[in-house]
Ligand binder design. Structure first.
Ligand SMILES: *Cc1c(COP(=O)(O)O)cnc(C)c1O
Length: 494
């Protein structure tokens, strides 16, 4: 029997996995969620003997049931190859009392590569399976890392085009350089005068615009999403939590069945939701620690049960987490409401109308495995400096938010073996990272800093950084936030 996906806002809108991947977002603006999460059908012991691809297959086959074994293995083998700079794909490194799951060994040196290396294959396979002849237009809002990872994944993929919107003044210099130098005739990168939430809201609006959909269809196009609202992003992200657990087993750090904690630096709530889904699949995770930066809307939510985005949007040194509307939280809300689309919809309507909602006491009771924490800018910098001085290991700013939250959490409770999702290479946020180690670096140029970071960490400069040293800018459009649709129409010739 195939696993059915349903919209979080309307239980009558259902889809098979491949259809949900093609659509991205449900027609009613809801997110597709699996009707149930299947349990593992092989033992963790067996998984601990497999490589990354093997684990990926065993997890993904349970969630993407309408893909054949051949289709799924084709997607997995095409994604997790030498594009990654280590054969382990996601190495687990023990430092500072925790295990860092390094998810940044892909092409664009952020964890988004883990899913966006495979999404183009899942999507084009889904199109074929469903006899879709339209060209797929990937429409994406990015806080910096999704954009580049999606561009790298979809560049020159036949039958696809990709349009990326980013907040012009809300990404790091290296993130911006990576995006605006993107090659590929099917790519389009646009900065907006606004923040990430503005970009995401604009994109979501275009997704549910019936007139625009008709105009696209008339020209042989249809939209899909590379954001983590697409289950084609979420499912591949479950894999590395299972992989991490089974590596701990393989290294003899834990026995099969022992509980672990995970700490995830969170923005749009996609990464941590994948960990939660892995837990529901049977992975022995005790606690999911949701780490926020100073935009601590999620921390407040886990403390109080009130989600309130009516607050100042703060630009931090961890820009990929500068988000006040965490889209994927909706999937958790739906679940703790007892898989109830009507209750979820009422809360989401209140979010879009008033910018806030409050969950019931019963729903709050369902959140027992989650804990929120946050780190200030000063704490984030201090965490980078402290771990560097203690172990010579240099974290990026997002990972440092998680490490700081972990240290505070560990100080007040018992700790289990803890996996920290390490979401970006320090090379992606060189300036903030180096300034955390010593303020004297503030006067250095961007690439001088890169060389200095190499010297201090002993970690080779990744190809992703070498590539942009001299790459020409190929995208220079900047628009107002209410002109996003006009830019899309222009690029597609509508
Ligand atoms: C996207 C991103 C995050 C946040 O992940 P979500 O799935 O949006 O919660 C954290 N760190 C980095 C480096 C990212 O690129």
């Amino acid at each position: 029997m195939d696993l059915i996906y349903k919209s979080t806002r309307n239980e009558n809108e259902t889809a098979l996995a491949s259809q949900a991947i093609l659509k991205g977002l449900a027609d009613d603006g809801g997110l597709f969620v699996p009707d149930s999460i299947p349990a593992f059908d092989v033992s963790l012991e067996a998984l601990s003997k497999m490589d990354y691809k093997g684990v990926a297959y065993e997890v993904m086959k349970l969630m993407l049931t309408d893909f054949t074994e051949e289709e799924l293995k084709y997607c997995i083998n095409s994604a997790y190859d030498s594009k990654f700079d280590t054969p382990e794909i996601a190495p687990l490194v023990k430092k500072g009392g925790a295990y860092f799951l390094e998810l940044f060994h892909g092409k664009t040196i952020a964890f988004k590569d883990m899913a966006l290396s495979i999404l183009p294959y899942l999507l084009t396979t889904s199109a074929k399976k469903n006899n879709v002849s339209n060209e797929i237009v990937i429409l994406t809002a990015t806080s910096g890392d999704t954009g580049k990872a999606a561009l790298a994944g979809f560049a020159d993929v036949p039958g696809t085009r990709i349009i990326v919107f980013y907040p012009k003044n809300g990404v790091s210099p290296i993130q911006e350089k990576q995006m605006v130098t993107q090659k590929g005739d099917n790519t389009c990168v646009i900065g907006i005068h606004g923040n990430f939430d503005d970009a995401q809201t604009g994109v979501k609006k275009m997704f549910s615009d019936k007139n625009l959909a008709a105009a696209l269809d008339a020209k042989g196009f249809q939209f899909s999403s590379a954001n983590s609202i697409n289950i084609g992003r979420l499912v591949p992200q479950m894999v590395y939590y299972v992989y991490a657990y089974t590596r701990l087993m393989a290294k003899g750090e834990i026995q099969e069945g022992d509980l672990i904690d995970v700490v995830v630096p969170t923005g749009n709530f996609g990464n941590i939701l994948a960990a939660y889904y892995a837990k529901l699949m049977g992975l022995p995770i005790r606690r999911l620690v949701c780490a926020s930066n100073e935009n601590k809307v999620l921390y407040d939510f886990f403390e109080t049960g009130v989600y309130d985005r009516n607050r100042e949007f703060i630009l931090t040194s961890s820009p990929s987490m500068d988000i006040l509307i965490s889209s994927n939280l909706e999937r958790l809300i739906y679940r703790i409401a007892g898989n109830n689309a009507a209750s979820n919809k009422a809360l989401m309507d209140s979010l879009s109308k008033d910018g806030r909602y409050e969950i019931s006491a019963d729903m709050k009771g369902e959140l027992a495995s989650f804990t929120g924490g946050y780190a200030t800018e000063a704490e984030t910098s201090a965490a980078i400096k402290a771990l560097y001085e203690a172990e010579g290991y240099i974290m990026d700013t997002h990972t440092a938010v998680a490490k700081s939250v972990f240290d505070k959490y560990a100080a007040k409770t018992d700790v289990l073996p803890t996996v920290i999702a390490s979401t970006a290479s320090p090379y992606k946020f060189t300036r903030s990272v180096m300034n955390s180690i010593d303020e004297k670096y503030d006067s250095f140029g961007d690439f001088e800093l890169v060389d200095k970071l190499c010297e201090l960490s002993g970690v080779k400069v990744p190809e992703a950084i070498e590539d942009i040293r001299s790459a020409p800018v190929r995208h220079d459009i900047v628009c107002e936030k209410d002109a996003m649709e006009a830019e899309v129409r222009k690029f597609l010739g509508l």
